[in-house]
Design a protein around this ligand. Structure first.
Ligand code: NAD
Length: 216
């Protein structure tokens, strides 16, 4: 389980997991890489390579055992554990994310923080919104692993420093800036305009747009 897998493969594993769960709930016991490929729009060779990193080898003429793969991926993706997350910045984007059910992916938003005193004490989707002043105290008590950052760009580094000092391990950064963090803190950047530009680029090149480009 300590296998080091390429980042592009790691990104695709949750897709496989979710799709396999659908198959299992429909009572389908096995699946071929070709069927996975058709449904997920990922090249079959890429699927076979991805799954071989996990040590899961499909059998010719049989494919993959759905239940076995689910158990394997569950352990690999630590789907048994719920990761506690917090969100900083309950504005337009933050509010939309609070409405989303992250628990489907074994992450749970347990609290949100905002600098605006009018938001303090409210809840969205049963998630409490606290004053930013209580961030460090909350983190010491609850030890969330991940923070979602949806504050204005000017506030991003300052909040990041506070989160890091309070022990955060991962940041999902929606703000349009590169954040400075120590090596042990992982950051994922999400920028819809970059995704859109990339989509437009592939459309203009008239190439199929899928999840199988290894440079994603
Ligand atoms: N990555 C993307 O694709 C994408 C898309 C949209 C917006 N954004 C970015 O997301 C961020 C939020 O956008 P928005 O439209 O929701 O903005 P917004 O102005 O609606 O919301 C920002 C919220 O942050 C709060 N805030 C301000 N300073 C704070 C601080 N120091 N600590 C805690 N909370 C603070 C404000 O009170 C407000 O509630 C911006 O940085 C924006 O550029 C990214």
């Amino acid at each position: 389980m300590d296998t080091i897998i390429p980042k592009v493969t790691a990104k695709r594993l949750p897709l496989y997991y979710r799709y396999l769960e659908k198959l299992a709930s429909a009572g389908i016991p096995r699946v071929s890489s070709k069927e996975l490929s058709r449904s997920l729009n990922i090249d079959p060779a890429t699927i076979r390579r991805d799954l071989s990193y996990l040590g899961a080898l499909g059998r010719k003429g049989y494919g993959y055992d759905v239940e076995y793969l689910i158990q394997f991926l569950k352990q690999f993706l630590k789907q048994d554990e719920v990761t506690h997350c917090i969100l900083i910045g309950v504005g337009n984007l933050g509010t939309a994310l609070l409405q989303y059910d992250f628990l489907k992916n074994n992450a749970m938003l347990i609290a949100a923080f905002d600098i605006d005193p009018k938001k303090k004490g409210k809840t969205i989707n049963s998630i409490p919104i606290y004053s930013l002043r209580s961030l460090e105290k909350f983190m010491a008590e609850e030890e969330p692993l991940v923070a979602i950052l949806t504050v204005p760009v000017q506030a991003a580094q300052d909040i990041t420093d506070r989160l890091v000092n309070a022990g955060i391990k991962g940041i999902l950064n929606f703000t349009p800036t590169t954040l400075q963090v120590p090596d042990e803190v992982k950051i994922h950047y999400i920028d819809l305009s970059v995704e859109l530009q990339s989509l437009i680029y592939f459309l203009k090149k008239s190439e199929p747009v899928g999840l199988n480009e290894d440079d994603r």
